[in-house]
Ligand binder design. Structure first.
Ligand SMILES: Nc1ncnc2c1ncn2[C@@H]1O[C@H](COP(=O)(O)OP(=O)(O)OP(=O)(O)O)[C@@H](O)[C@H]1O
Ligand SMILES: [Mg+2]
Length: 247
């Protein structure tokens, strides 16, 4: 992890401080998630703990069905744990009601879903600008910023196209631009390079490097892509509901 991250210069979030290194941005404390919808209870995450510092990038790997998306959803406040807590920048998500959680997410978290979730009726630039519009920013300013992000993922020329007119990898890049448009403190990505060729994936990596360095943004990236995982500060494997450090 680069040493410049201690200052957390452009990150607006007051992360909780620690004795050494950058402040902790994300903490998962004894997280358990049990699904009770089926005929039998299924415990996907079992007393899992993790701490990620500002500017740090963590890859989470694991076999299909091991609970990676479940974990990311808890970290992003899209789902609530059965027990345990998620703390972001010193704020426990458990203490926020749905409306406050929505505002908190919009302010501090960028989320790239495994299946994009772009709005079909909106163009690429409108989709990417949406978090800023929700925040109350003027349309013109929001779209200007969205266009800059789209340009940084090589999508400038396709900005006026709707998701139905874009390839899988292009949609993925719009989703990445949308996640980064608010300059978040924490970015959670579920298979962000699943549909990308090596050159495009490298562009995304460079953008992540820049954000981690310049705005002390913390990343948790779920991926099957070994080169993407190897590029992160730490690689953790989700297995039997627990995270184990990979060599
Ligand atoms: N809402 C739900 N109700 C019941 N079981 C669920 C629910 N969501 C996920 N599961 C189960 O929990 C387990 C973990 O699912 P999850 O989507 O987190 O896996 P994953 O590691 O992201 O897999 P993949 O790599 O295929 O995306 C799976 O066995 C899945 O069937
Ligand atoms: Mg998944």
């Amino acid at each position: 992890m680069p040493s410049s991250h201690t200052s957390s210069s452009t990150s607006s979030m007051p992360a909780s401080s620690t004795e050494e290194g950058a402040p902790v941005m994300l903490e998962c404390q004894a997280l358990t998630r049990t699904y009770s919808e089926g005929p039998r209870d299924l415990t996907v995450l079992d007393n899992l703990s993790l701490s990620v510092r500002a500017g740090e990038r963590v890859a989470v790997v694991g076999s299909s069905g091991s609970g990676k998306t479940t974990l990311l959803n808890l970290m992003g406040g899209l789902d609530r744990p059965t027990s345990g807590r998620v703390v972001i920048g010193g704020e426990s998500l458990a203490g926020l009601n749905e409306a406050a959680l929505g505002r908190f997410r919009n302010r501090y978290i960028g989320f790239v879903y495994q299946f994009h979730h772009l709005l079909a009726e909106f163009t690429a630039v409108e989709n990417a600008a949406l978090p800023l519009i929700i925040r109350g920013q003027r349309k013109h300013d929001a779209q200007k910023r969205a266009l800059a992000l789209l340009a940084s993922v090589g999508m400038e020329a396709r900005a006026d196209h709707k998701p139905g007119e874009l390839s899988g990898g292009e949609r993925q890049r719009v989703a990445i631009a949308r996640a980064l448009v608010t300059d978040p403190s924490l970015v959670l990505m579920d298979e962000p390079t699943g549909n990308l060729d090596q050159t495009t994936a490298a562009t995304i990596l460079a953008l992540m490097d820049e954000l981690a360095k310049e705005s002390a943004c913390a990343f948790v990236i779920v991926t099957h892509d070994t080169s993407l995982a190897a590029h992160q500060d730490r690689v953790l494997k989700l297995d039997a509901g627990q995270l184990v450090e990979e060599e």
